[in-house]
Design a protein around this ligand. Structure first.
Ligand SMILES: Nc1nc2c(ncn2[C@@H]2O[C@H](COP(=O)(O)OP(=O)(O)OP(=O)(O)O)[C@@H](O)[C@H]2O)c(=O)[nH]1
Ligand SMILES: [Mg+2]
Length: 435
C-alpha cells in the first residue's frame, strides 16, 4: 500500500525475521498491491480465494499479516481460512511476552495484550445478552462476553496501577542517581543492530544479545569509566522498529520516557543492513515523536567487521568505507571490540560539551556537596566565606538540579567574589555601575 517505509520484499523479510523470533517457520508468502485494505477481509476477494487455496495446499497452520488488522477483518480471515490469523501487532506482542523477565516488563506486555484483546472479543452469546438486557449489570442475564470484558477491564486497571507503582519506584531511583550525579548515556537504535553487544563490550556486562528481533526487553544499566576517569551510567534500551504498534508504544512509554533523562544518546546503526538508511530515518522519526530530537547524539556505526576481509584486525577509517568523516560518528565493531576507545573518547567530549560553568555557595552543613562537585565536576576556583564554601567550575547537566538552590548569579556572584564594580548594559544602552 502507498506510504510503506520500504519495498515489499524488505518489509516481508522483516516480518519473516519477527516470525522466526516468535518461533515460527515461514512456509509461504502471499502479496497483493492495493491502495487500501478491503473493509471486510483485508485482502480482495480474488486474493482471499488464492490464500484459501495456498493455506489448504501447504503445511500451514497460521497466517501472519504485515499490518494491524481491524478486529472485524481478523475475524473474517480466520473464518475464511480456518487457521489462526495473527497481525504484526500481535506477533510483536507475542515476542515481547516471550522475552519479558522483569515485573515491569511483564506487566507492560500483559497490559498491551489486554488492550489489544478488548476490542477483539466478539461473537459469543449475543442472544442471551438481549434477553438479560435491563435486568442489571450482573446476574443470570450477563453473557460470557460481558463477563470477559468486565474481567479484562478490571485486570487492565490493576496492571495500570502496578505499572504506576513501579514507575514511582523508578523515579525514586532516578532521584538517587541524580544525587550521585552520574551522567546517563543511553544506547538507542533499530532492533538487532547490536546495542546489547555494545553494552557488553564496553562494560563487561552480560546482557542477552542474539540474532533475533527484540532480544532485549528488560534493558540493563551499567557503570562505564571514561578515559579521563569520569564515570557515567550506560543503559541499553528496547529496540525500535517500523510500524511500532501504538499499544506497544503506550505500554512501554515509561521505559522509553527514561530516555528523557539521558544526557547523551548513542545511536547504534547496523551499516551492513540492506535498509540501514531507512532504519536510520525510522529511528530519527521515533526519537522526534518521543520528544528527543534535541538531545545530544552520537552515532556509532556498528558491525564494520562484516565489511572487511575476515583477517582484518583494525577498525577502518570512514574514508575507507566511503563515508564522510564526522565528529558525531564513530565506526565500531561491538563483536570484535574495535573502535571502543574512540567511542568512549567521543562520549567524554560530547558530555563535556553539555557541562556548564556555575558558581555556587555551599553551606558548611552541606560539606558532602563540595565533595560531589569535586568528584563529578571540574572545580576552577574555591574560596571559603562565612556562610560556606564558594565553588566556581563546570557541572554536568545531571548535577545542575542538586546545586540549583546554591547557585549564585551574575552581578551578585561577581560582587561577592571581590566587591569589584561591574558594568552592565541597560536597555537604553547606558552603562550602569552596580554596587
Ligand atoms: N558481525 C558483527 N555482529 C554483531 C556485532 N554486534 C552485534 N552483532 C550481532 O548482531 C546480533 C544482534 O545483537 P544484539 O546486541 O542482540 O542487538 P540489539 O540491538 O541489542 O537487538 P535488540 O535487543 O533485539 O533490539 C547478534 O547476533 C550479535 O552477535 C558486530 O560488531 N559485528
Ligand atoms: Mg538488545
Amino acid at each position: 500500500m502507498p506510504g510503506a517505509p520500504w519495498d515489499l520484499d524488505a518489509s516481508l523479510n522483516e516480518l519473516a525475521a519477527l516470525a522466526e523470533s516468535a518461533g515460527l517457520v515461514v512456509v509461504d508468502r502471499v502479496t497483493q498491491r492495493g491502495t487500501a485494505p478491503h473493509p471486510a477481509h483485508y485482502v480482495g476477494s480474488g486474493k482471499l480465494a488464492e490464500l484459501q487455496a495456498r493455506v489448504a495446499a501447504g503445511d500451514c497452520d497460521l497466517v501472519v499479516v504485515d499490518d494491524e488488522l481491524t478486529p472485524r477483518a481478523q475475524h473474517a480471515l480466520e473464518q475464511a481460512l480456518a487457521v489462526r490469523v495473527v497481525d504484526r501487532t500481535l506477533l510483536i506482542l507475542d515476542i515481547f511476552a516471550r522475552r519479558a523477565r522483569s515485573a515491569e516488563g511483564r506487566a507492560q506486555v500483559e497490559l498491551a495484550q489486554y488492550q489489544y484483546l478488548l476490542p477483539r472479543l466478539v461473537g459469543r452469546g449475543t442472544e442471551l445478552s438481549r434477553l438479560g438486557g435491563g435486568i442489571g449489570t450482573r446476574g443470570p442475564g450477563e453473557t460470557q462476553l460481558e463477563q470477559d470484558r468486565r474481567r479484562i477491564r478490571a485486570r487492565i486497571q490493576r496492571l495500570q496501577r502496578a505499572i504506576e507503582e513501579i514507575r514511582r519506584d523508578r523515579a525514586a531511583h532516578r532521584q538517587l542517581r541524580r544525587r550521585q550525579g552520574l551522567p546517563l548515556v543511553a544506547l538507542v537504535g533499530y532492533t538487532n543492530v547490536g546495542k546489547s553487544t555494545l553494552l557488553n563490550a564496553l562494560t563487561r556486562a552480560d546482557a542477552y544479545a542474539a540474532d533475533a528481533l527484540f532480544a532485549t526487553l528488560d534493558p540493563l544499566t551499567r557503570r562505564l569509566r571514561l578515559p579521563k576517569g569520569q564515570e557515567v551510567l550506560l543503559s541499553d534500551t528496547v529496540g525500535l522498529i517500523a510500524k511500532l504498534p501504538t499499544t506497544v508504544v503506550a505500554a512501554f512509554r515509561a521505559t522509553l520516557e527514561e530516555l528523557q533523562e539521558a544526557d547523551l544518546l548513542v545511536h547504534v546503526v547496523d551499516l551492513t543492513h540492506p535498509y540501514a538508511a531507512e532504519q536510520n530515518a525510522i529511528v530519527h522519526g521515533l526519537l522526534g515523536e518521543l520528544g528527543l530530537a534535541d538531545k545530544p547524539l552520537l552515532t556509532a556505526i556498528n558491525k564494520v567487521d562484516m565489511l572487511l576481509p575476515p583477517d582484518a584486525t583494525t577498525v577502518p577509517t570512514p574514508a575507507e568505507l566511503g563515508l564522510p568523516a564526522s565528529l558525531d560518528t564513530v565506526l565500531v565493531s561491538a563483536r570484535r571490540g574495535w573502535g571502543l576507545a574512540e567511542l568512549c573518547a567521543r562520549i567524554e567530549a560530547a558530555l563535556a560539551a553539555t557541562m556548564s560553568t556555575v558558581e555556587v555557595l555551599v553551606p558548611y552543613s552541606e560539606g558532602r556537596l563540595v565533595d560531589l562537585f569535586r568528584r563529578r565536576g571540574r572545580v576552577l576556583a574555591e574560596r571559603h566565606e562565612a556562610a560556606g564554601t564558594v565553588l566556581r567550575g563546570q557541572l554536568p547537566s545531571a548535577l545542575r538540579g542538586v546545586f540549583a538552590p546554591y547557585l549564585r548569579h551574575g552581578a551578585a556572584a561577581r560582587a561577592a567574589r571581590g566587591g569589584r564594580v561591574s558594568r552592565r548594559a541597560t536597555g537604553t544602552g547606558r552603562a550602569t555601575a552596580l554596587r
